[in-house]
Ligand binder design. Structure first.
Ligand code: GCB
Length: 656
């Protein structure tokens, strides 16, 4: 179906949406303020305690959630101040905490507005943006939620709890465990060392097969928000285009009332209503629609409408209103045998792979870093990135919508290396993670493709069934987008690629193989592309390539780890990409946007140094090379009729 015209998806899409998403209970709309909704962020300093006991269960044995952590201090030791959002690993001076594996405890008091605790018509929700990895949440000592997996939000309705008596504040306790198993995403294993001549008693380490540091903690905002007791629970949008008419299909789910009216208004960027409808499901038609175009593909990229949803519900206490506004981009996505089409035009991904990673805060969300990264992306002329190797913060996706940066949205399926991690138990969890991810990100026009995994052991026997099922499930959840996973297996052995829409392949010629020999790159890369294309006739993205480079290391003629080697290697790749993009290669994503932290190993000099920017976001020589290339590519893929073409003038990329 994905290989057919985008128009067909619009018909089937709304029908299938309902079926697919019914699997997951409830929606996960981004908590926005509105006339009927308030929000209260709980960012800042929390009390924190890592459970260093041998079995890591002292916190449960002593019920640290029963009273404040300060009160149980006598039993368990001092608490630390811990910033939220942030990883806990790098903020302190205690080496044991940096590599800690097990339960850590966070706690803070929240003061609630009186109305929230007294007005029984108000629903109070606690939302945790991302807790890595397994989280248990208590409010005033009462268990309210449990969630498996980082990178995706979860919620608890705490209305009853905070409205059951006089209450001026509430104590929120969150216990988080960063232990990975072969069945988690990402997977990992705990290795116990029992040779007492080499290791102390009880010694263990956590091993993983992915190449980024397993940062942990409350990585994104924790917040409280309100809705009325009858409320807009979920909205699903798909869009299509018929001549110059934009079609916006909507489906709205309501909770808390069987009797309600829904009105929807689509507003243009100037706030004018361009279409309106009623009911929980329908199609809005927008004559002369402004399409959502990627950055550098159109004079006015990233055009966003606003969908205002107004609910009036009848309850025993009278009518209740709820309002929610969702940004909407009208665009189509389609895949042919050799092209990736956005709004019917060939789209070439020229961009980066990223990580949520920075000094001190680790994977903690940080606005200045986010804005800096988007300024760098635009400086570079990048039109796309992959959320390697997990879903990024919702605010990142929102900026992509606003700036027109196209996203390949990847699940935390990184490092699936063992046969155990391709078992039914793993698959079941992976299906649920895809449900959570699609539920969260389905309405972002910037998201054009789902990636269910990175470099799994896709040539192992169970991989065929695993990826067939996983990809089919993802397509049932969202028939409007292509699905892929990123492979490093050989074209002959890979059992998952038959099910993808676009082949995403990683290769590190003259880095991990034939190192130091850039002269082999052209031949090996061309062979790679030809083999994959001959076998599958699907478009291909070079989803990773790059070289470890220590900023400031110079060597000419180039040697590995020097800035000259990184540049030279990239140039060899580009020669082949320039030939093959005329045929079926539809994208190139550099590994990596910036240097990032990894586990310690003899191959990593304080992290992975394949960034074209340093971890502090300063350019290496390769950044200037890519910048020149990306702006040249932008010129070639410009579709607008106007004579104005993208230009990169001096240091200012802001031509639009
Ligand atoms: C890969 C992985 C990525 C690593 C990269 C590298 O293939 O997908 O997570 O960081 O190689 O630098 O080795």
């Amino acid at each position: 179906m994905l290989r057919e015209r985008a128009g067909a998806w619009a018909v089937l899409g709304p029908l299938l949406w309902g079926c697919g998403l019914a699997l997951l209970q409830g929606g996960m709309l981004y908590p926005r303020e509105s006339r009927s909704r308030e929000r209260k962020e709980l960012d800042g300093l929390w009390s924190f305690r890592a459970d260093f006991s041998d079995n890591r269960r002292q916190g449960f044995e002593q019920q640290w959630y029963r009273a404040s952590l300060r009160e149980v201090r006598a039993l368990s030791g001092p608490t630390l101040d811990m910033p939220v959002p942030s990883s806990f690993n790098d903020v302190g001076q205690d080496g044991r905490l940096r590599s800690f594996v097990g339960w850590v405890w966070y706690e803070r008091e929240a003061t609630l507005p009186q109305r929230w605790t007294q007005d029984l018509g108000t629903r109070v929700v606690l939302r945790i943006g991302s807790a890595h990895y397994y989280a248990i949440v208590w409010v005033n000592g009462v268990h309210v939620a449990e969630h498996e997996g980082g990178h995706l939000p979860f919620e608890a309705d705490i209305s009853k709890l905070v409205q059951s008596g006089p209450l001026s504040s509430c104590r929120i306790t969150i216990a988080i465990n960063n232990t990975l198993s072969p069945y988690t995403l990402p997977p990992g294993t705990i290795l116990y060392q029992t040779d007492t001549s080499k290791y102390p008693k009880g010694y263990f380490v956590q091993n993983t097969n992915f190449d980024f540091f397993n940062y942990a903690g409350l990585h994104r905002s924790v917040l409280l928000y309100t809705t009325p007791i009858s409320y807009i629970d979920d909205i699903t949008i798909t869009t299509d285009v018929d001549q110059d008419i934009g079609l916006v299909n909507y489906q709205i789910f309501i909770q808390g009332s069987e009797h309600f009216q829904l009105e929807v208004f689509l507003l243009d960027a100037d706030g004018r209503t361009v279409a309106q409808g009623t009911g929980g499901q329908g199609q809005l038609q927008v004559p002369r629609a402004h399409l959502w175009w990627p950055y550098l593909m159109h004079e006015h990229p990233a055009y966003l409408y606003s969908l205002e949803v107004r609910l009036t519900a009848q309850t025993a206490d009278g009518p209740v209103s709820d309002f929610y506004t969702l940004p909407v981009g009208i665009r189509t996505v389609a895949v042919t045998e050799s092209r990736f089409l956005i709004n019917g035009k060939p789209f070439y991904f020229h961009g980066v792979n990223k990580h949520e990673d920075a000094d001190i805060r680790g994977k903690g969300f940080d606005w200045p870093l986010l804005v800096k990264d988007f300024n760098l992306l635009r400086w570079l002329g990048a039109n796309a990135f992959r959320t390697s190797h997990y879903p990024y913060a919702e605010e990142v996706m929102q900026l992509c919508d606003r700036y027109g940066i196209v996203v390949i949205d990847e699940s935390p399926g990184a490092g699936i290396a063992l046969a155990q991690s391709l078992s039914n138990m793993s698959l079941q969890h992976h299906l649920e993670v895809m449900e959570e991810m699609v539920r969260r990100d389905k309405n972002h026009p910037a998201v054009v493709m789902w990636s269910v995994a990175n470099e799994p052991a896709s040539s192992l026997k169970p991989a065929g069934y695993y990826f067939k099922t996983l990809i089919a499930h993802t397509k049932a959840l969202d028939p409007s987008r292509p699905v892929t996973f990123v492979t490093k297996s050989s074209y002959e052995a890979d059992l998952g690629v038959p099910y993808v829409d676009v082949i995403c392949v990683n290769s590190y010629y003259s880095w991990y193989h034939d190192y130091g020999h850039m002269e082999v790159i052209q031949l090996q890369l061309a062979t790679q592309f030809e083999n994959w294309y001959r076998t599958y006739q699907k478009p291909i993205i070079q989803s990773e390539y790059g070289a470890e480079t220590i900023a400031g290391f110079h060597q000419d003629p180039p040697l590995m780890f020097s800035e000259e080697y990184q540049k030279g290697l990239l140039e060899q790749y580009h020669l082949v990409l320039d030939q093959k993009r005329k045929e079926y290669v539809v994208g190139e994503l550099i590994w990596n946007f910036a240097d990032f932290m990894t586990d310690q190993s003899p191959q990593r000099a304080i992290g992975n140094r394949k960034g074209i920017f340093t971890r502090q976001r300063q350019p290496k020589s390769a950044a200037f090379l890519l910048r020149e290339r990306y702006w040249k590519l932008a010129n070639e893929t410009w579709h607008h009729q106007s004579a104005v073409k993208p230009q990169c003038v001096g240091n200012s990329p802001f031509i639009f």
